[in-house]
Design a protein. Structure first.
Length: 119
């Protein structure tokens, strides 16, 4: 018989769930795009809202970018600004980005996820 091991996030904040147009993290519901780190989850203004991501420079190594229901390329200027600030940028559909964020968060890595809603 195999056993599943429960994942422990300690005090870090995982993505708890999502649905059409919203995210759930840390017991809160965030409508629209969300930026999440181990410390907090907040509403995010989308690709044009670089400031909160750039403020994470030095504290985060990789940003998972959730591009919505399907994988797409983030705007070149968005990706370029993050890479110039020293971030690794990994784009994938938002559901995959949320799952990947949770797995890597459980490993204790310095990550963030910028997630467009799954509509």
């Amino acid at each position: 018989m195999s056993r599943l091991t429960e994942v422990s996030f300690g005090t870090a904040r995982p993505v708890d769930g999502y649905g059409p147009g919203f995210w759930r993290a840390g017991g809160s519901v965030i409508r629209g795009p969300m930026l999440i780190t181990a410390a907090r989850a907040v509403a995010w203004g989308g690709y044009a809202d670089l400031a909160p991501l750039l403020a994470l420079a030095g504290a985060v190594d990789v940003v998972f970018v959730g591009t919505g229901r399907v994988i797409a390329h983030p705007p070149a200027a968005f990706r370029g600004a993050l890479e110039a600030a020293g971030f690794g940028v990994e784009a994938m559909d938002s559901a995959a980005a949320a799952r990947t964020y949770n797995v890597v968060l459980a490993e204790g890595r310095r990550i963030a996820a910028a997630l467009l809603p799954v509509d």
